[in-house]
Design a protein around this ligand. Structure first.
Ligand code: HSE
Length: 439
């Protein structure tokens, strides 16, 4: 059996998982790719730290250049995260003719255009299945499985930590901070968990998915991003009373004016399959003009699940070691000289329905005044809930579901509503998506 030597940059949760999966499934993997895959070197910040994997056959170093410069290593697996030194190390690996597998979504989203070009120039592959949705083979599904389609839209729960937090809030009424600590202990959260909570991690992933789906260069700065830190248990409960779940969705859509890319909390009808994706699980819906709606589901974070995607990329590269990288599937699925840069639809021009919650004085005529303002702004209501104050003198809560409007029109109406004397404080507003075939 031929041997291929692999070097790891980073031996934390995913690095440890990668070593374990390669060891556990050594036979299956070699039967699939024709190589015995051996991890021979790994760099880590602290080489004496406790590991989730055995390291007796791996040479550990705190100098990543030692891994890159080892001439026996053909495949580098970058699991350090962040922009630097990961980017410089990957570029150096390319120069030395090494293929690279990465789980680094921030790096691909922000520097992917440059990195893919550098890989092509050096006739090597940069594989990144593990960067999106953990163990779900979503890159392959969109890039290869749906290559017959014009993809109209996709929508996904693409951050396991955020989904875990929202699920525990709904099921157990747990406090946000407690659930976040659990997610960190389970190895789901990013080194900086604000990336999970504020939607930056999901925005990185959505940016890559949109480029794969629509054949456009990566454009991270164009993703509109809102996190889940403002979602309250009260809104989770009211949404449920209206027949909806609140999920943190990444949505990319081709509309007649360009491409929408947005990450924000979203109400989804509870009967839609993706509304029932709970815990650390991720799911991505992709709607193609031939296949219709499809959904891909699985664990979005964690050591072995993410390692599953890393190892699949190693297997792919092994299968291609004897051929020129120019004959392989293009990095984003479209030929690199055929990528097109579309207009990006600003969030103010995006049309969605809205869930609104208003804290108002408990007196006659308040609901009528609010609905009059909505009517003047040509916004109609799909549903209304009114909640009496918990004690005398406290605010009542009015919950409204609107029809589909542009963000701009809704904000104009809300401005008027919030300036009513009877309305206390700013409205809570959460976008609503039906995620039906023709959404
Ligand atoms: N922090 C990420 C998540 C890890 O929770 O989804 C997987 O990318």
């Amino acid at each position: 059996m031929k041997v291929v030597k692999v070097g790891l940059l980073g031996l934390g949760t995913v690095g440890g998982g990668t070593v374990n999966v390669l060891e556990r499934n050594i036979e299956e993997i070699s039967r699939r790719c024709g190589y015995q895959v051996q991890v021979v070197k790994a760099s880590a910040r602290n080489i004496n730290a406790a590991r989730i994997c055995r390291t007796d056959a791996i040479q550990l170093t705190d100098d990543s250049n030692e891994v890159i410069n080892d001439p026996s290593i053909q495949i580098i697996v970058e699991l350090m995260g962040g922009h630097e030194p990961a980017k410089s190390l990957i570029l150096e690996a390319f120069k030395q003719g090494k293929h690279v597998v990465t789980a680094n979504k921030a790096l691909i989203a922000v520097h992917g255009n440059e990195l893919f070009a550098a890989a092509a120039k050096n006739n090597v592959t940069l594989a990144y299945e593990a960067a999106i949705a953990g163990g779900i083979p979503i890159v392959k599904a969109i890039r290869e499985g749906l290559s017959a389609n014009k993809i109209e839209w996709l929508a996904g729960i693409i951050n396991g930590t955020g989904n875990f937090i929202l699920t525990e809030m709904r099921n157990k009424g747990s406090a946000f901070e407690d659930v976040l600590k659990q997610a960190q202990a389970l190895g789901y959260a990013e080194a900086d968990p604000t990336f999970d909570v504020e939607g930056i991690d999901a925005a990185h992933k959505l940016c890559i998915l949109a480029s794969l789906a629509f054949g456009m260069p990566l454009n991270f700065n164009a993703v509109y991003t809102e996190g889940i830190s403002g979602v309250t248990p009260l809104d989770v409960t009211y949404a449920e009373e209206l027949g909806y779940r609140i999920k943190h969705l990444g949505i990319a859509r081709q509309n007649p004016n360009g491409v929408e890319m947005r990450v924000h909390p979203t109400l989804i009808p509870e009967k839609v399959l993706i509304a029932n994706v709970d815990g650390v699980m991720n799911a991505v819906m992709a709607n193609g003009n031939a296949v219709g709606s499809t959904m891909y589901y699985g664990p979005g974070a964690g050591a072995d699940a993410t390692a599953s995607a890393v190892v699949a990329d190693i297997v792919d590269i092994c299968r291609q070691l004897d051929s020129s990288a120019s004959s392989h599937v293009p990095a984003l699925g479209f030929l690199s000289d055929k990528l097109e840069t579309p207009a990006i639809v600003p969030i103010m021009d995006v049309r969605t329905a809205f869930y609104l919650r208003l804290s108002v004085q408990d007196k006659p005529g308040v609901l009528a005044a609010i609905t009059a303002i909505l009517a003047t702004n040509e916004i109609s209501m799909e549903a209304v809930l009114q909640k009496e104050p918990k004690q005398q003198g406290a605010d009542a809560q009015i919950i409204l579901m609107t029809n589909t409007v542009t963000e701009k029109s809704l904000l104009l109406a809300l401005n008027e509503i919030e300036s009513l004397d009877s309305c206390n404080g700013p409205a809570i507003r959460i976008r609503v998506e039906s995620l039906q075939e023709d959404t």
